[in-house]
Design a protein around this ligand. Structure first.
Ligand code: ADP
Ligand code: NI
Length: 236
């Protein structure tokens, strides 16, 4: 029996319709995430849900699986749960089964949740379904652009990371283990992850949505470093 069963187990014979499953899933996620201040708050989930549904419509993804997976994609993040890469997919599977969903549906969603996270420049994406691809694209789009900048510094602050350290060169991590063990500045995170995302989009729609957001972060990092070096000032 899942860890959520006390709250959500259905009385025998009561079948929830899809709208109710979505509502209860959203309520469950919201109750777990609302106080987070690392950029993984409920509003991140809402934005990913909206982006994933938009992308999914253009890419012909199943709307129900896409919405459930978007809602659950950060339900347990390995960076905050002691490094367990599978907890989120277990929680998702158990929740959906407790809500009366089919094994096939629960499995599809759990697989997306398991594979959604970025784990280093050298790691390949393991996403196999179009629903997974659009949820991952949506999650990546929310790490780019103006919101992506804000989230990176919010995360850096929670982790006690320096904004920038001119003595520390960015490093492209060759493996998942190396990426998870890194220790660097938030500006380095732009080089190590955020500026790579536009070329990592799974779908055509994701690539087109990423263009403007990529330009925003590129210009931001450029100006940040220019200001640091006093290269932005007018001729005196
Ligand atoms: P994913 O959704 O791929 O799992 P993460 O959970 O790694 O993404 O990141 C969530 C947010 O936190 C993103 O906006 C990301 O840029 C930011 N973030 C992750 N790691 C760092 C870091 N070391 N420094 C600054 N921001 C980070
Ligand atoms: Ni996310």
């Amino acid at each position: 029996m899942g860890i959520v069963s006390v709250r959500f187990q259905q009385a025998a014979g009561v079948v929830l319709d899809r709208g109710e499953v979505i509502e209860r899933t959203a309520a469950f996620v919201r109750s777990r995430l609302h106080s987070d201040s690392s950029g993984h708050d409920w509003w991140h989930v809402e934005r990913v849900r909206g982006l994933a549904l938009l992308l999914g419509r253009r890419e012909g993804a199943d709307e129900y699986i896409t919405e459930l997976a978007a809602l659950l994609h950060d339900v347990s993040d390995y960076k905050f749960n002691g490094g367990d890469l599978d907890e989120g997919s277990r929680v998702s599977y158990d929740l959906l089964r407790d809500l009366g969903e089919s094994e096939a549906c629960a499995r599809s969603v759990a697989e997306v949740v398991r594979n959604v996270s970025f784990t280093g420049a050298g790691s390949v994406s393991r996403m196999r379904t179009i629903e997974g691809m659009v949820v991952q694209d949506a999650d990546r789009l929310d790490a780019m652009g103006a919101i992506g900048i804000a989230r990176a510094f919010a995360y850096g602050a929670v982790k006690g990371e320096a904004m920038f350290d001119p003595d520390q060169a960015p490093h492209l991590h060759a493996s998942e283990a190396e990426y998870l063990a890194r220790d660097g500045s938030t500006i380095n995170h732009f080089y190590e992850k955020l500026l790579l995302l536009k070329d990592r989009m799974n779908t055509e729609s994701g690539r087109s949505f990423a263009e403007r957001r990529h330009r925003v972060i590129e210009a931001f990092v450029h100006d940040f470093v220019a200001e640091w070096r006093l290269e932005d000032l007018p001729e005196l």
